[in-house]
Design a protein around this ligand. Structure first.
Ligand SMILES: [Zn+2]
Ligand SMILES: [Zn+2]
Length: 342
């Protein structure tokens, strides 16, 4: 099969070909596993974090990609779920232990043995992959393969972020950065919290414009002051400046939710501008979002089909994955980037 692999930790700004194109045997499903013929896999900023070593794969080479849509083509031993030919999705959660206190309380995203698709196990930048039968999701029929793929991470983690934002309908929500996840959050908010106004902070004029086209009440630069204070802000940027600026924009008692697996180091000194009275006092909170639980993926797919939420997508061939990653690194973003396998 054709696949794109991470073979070394490297910097995407210095190496525009971070993934290697390879030809590999089709993997065999083991006990409790299924083989999926992949149709589409969406590209996530986390791939850059893996390639650049902020959340490095424990073993190299590995096939990245954790927003996978395809068909079940083979079932391993002891598999009693799913039908051959059924369309399923795979998300960031590849597996969790199922026995610890976190797993048993529905917080499997916090499990110490959490395994991530495309980092700790081969993922979806390939024609085939193997997944655990209990860690795949049926894909609602209203979505095309390309539309469904970004829902599995950008959408599911956006859904988790919005849950953690503790928003009440009518309260203002801020979004710092307006990439794949944030634009889906905007669509969710418009349906779930119809009286809420969404304010978008982005250093990119294209992202600001895109946000306004999708119905944001206001869009400005990261350091701008919105016309009103925010009850919650969801940050999806890789940087620190938006964290400091977002805390300034919060209303008393407001909460900043940081939806990023890792932050980059380039502007970390911005944190020294943190002023207790301006940025933190008045019971402001910061909460991070870690991974996703299967319930987030299931609940979000159901919601997305009901509303319906269809992501804006930009299609690439599998072999163009490096091109998609370089664009993502340079924040040339309009919706979600999706690799198509055929
Ligand atoms: Zn992701
Ligand atoms: Zn566990």
């Amino acid at each position: 099969m054709r696949a794109m692999q991470i073979t070394e930790i490297t910097r995407v700004d210095q190496n525009p070909q971070p993934l290697k194109k390879v030809e590999l045997p089709v993997p065999r499903p083991g006990e409790g596993e299924i083989l999926i013929q992949i149709a589409a896999c969406s590209v996530c900023h986390t791939e850059l974090d893996e390639i650049e070593g902020r959340t490095p794969p424990p073993i190299l080479p590995v096939i990245p990609g954790h927003q996978v849509v395809g068909k079940i083509v083979e079932k391993g031993p002891q598999v009693n779920k799913g039908q051959i030919g059924e369309r399923v999705g795979v998300a960031w959660i590849y597996s969790a232990c199922g026995k610890c206190a976190y797993c048993l309380s529905g917080n499997e995203n916090l499990c110490a043995d959490f395994c991530a698709t495309g980092r700790d196990a081969d993922g979806g930048y390939a024609q085939y992959m193997v997944a655990r039968q209990d860690f795949v999701y049926p894909i609602p029929g209203i979505f095309s393969d390309a539309e469904a793929a970004p829902l599995l991470c950008a959408g599911a983690i956006g859904y988790r972020s919005l849950k953690l934002a503790n928003l009440v309908d009518g309260q203002n929500l801020g979004l710092t950065g307006f990439g794949a996840s944030a634009h889906l959050v905007l669509k969710m908010v418009q349906k779930r919290y119809p009286k809420t106004k969404v304010f978008v902070y982005s250093r990119s004029p294209q992202e600001q414009q895109f946000a306004l086209e999708l119905g944001a009440a206001w869009a400005g630069a990261t350091e701008d002051q919105a016309p009103d204070k925010m009850h919650s802000i969801i940050d999806t940027t890789p940087a620190w400046k938006p964290v400091v600026e977002a805390l300034r924009e919060l209303a008393p008692g407001g909460r900043l939710v940081i939806n990023a697996i890792r932050k980059e180091e380039f502007d970390k000194e911005t944190l020294l501008k943190l002023d207790y009275s301006r940025h933190l006092w008045m019971e402001k909170e910061i909460k991070s979002v870690a991974n996703v639980a299967r319930s987030d993926v299931r609940e979000f797919l159901k919601l997305a089909a009901e509303i319906p939420i269809k992501p804006e997508v930009q299609l690439f061939e599998l072999e163009d994955a490096n091109h998609a990653l370089v664009e993502l690194k340079n924040r040339q973003i309009r919706g979600a980037k999706v690799l198509m396998m055929s």
